[in-house]
Design a protein. Structure first.
Length: 133
């Protein structure tokens, strides 16, 4: 997460501005892992963990919300999306590995995040909590 602060100026006035850049902008899909390899990977590496919950509005359904979340996170689907659940994989521009386990329940999505970088993991959880579906 990065906040960019500055000001916009015209000939006679200026206004302070602040932009929020989500950590998800630093991710790209990781197609290098299969669902079978994921369990082994998660048991072997030193992972940081975080979780987030986001509400799904009346106008959306859980399946669409899971797909929208994957797109926002710039992540690859690992295996098929089944029974209101999805598993995603991404890598950061710095090379950190990120995995997302998503479950839909009672008009909300619970997202478990695993990453090889604690700060990125925390920032991604913060990003997800800001989403509106």
């Amino acid at each position: 997460v990065q906040d960019v602060k500055g000001s916009l100026r015209t000939g006679t006035s200026s206004v302070a501005v602040k932009f929020y850049l989500p950590a998800a902008l630093m991710l790209s899909p990781d197609h290098s892992i299969s669902l079978d390899e994921l369990a082994l990977e998660l048991s072997n590496a030193n992972w940081c963990a975080a979780s987030a919950k986001v509400e799904v509005g009346e106008a959306s359904n859980s399946r669409d919300a899971i797909g929208s979340l994957r797109e926002f996170l710039h992540a690859a689907n690992i295996g098929p999306q089944q029974n209101g659940a999805g598993t995603f994989a991404a890598k950061s521009t710095q090379g950190y590995i990120v995995r997302f386990l998503v479950k839909a329940k009672n008009r909300s999505l619970k997202v478990d995040i695993k990453s090889t970088n604690a700060s990125l993991c925390k920032d991604l959880a913060s990003d997800i909590k800001r989403l509106v579906f």
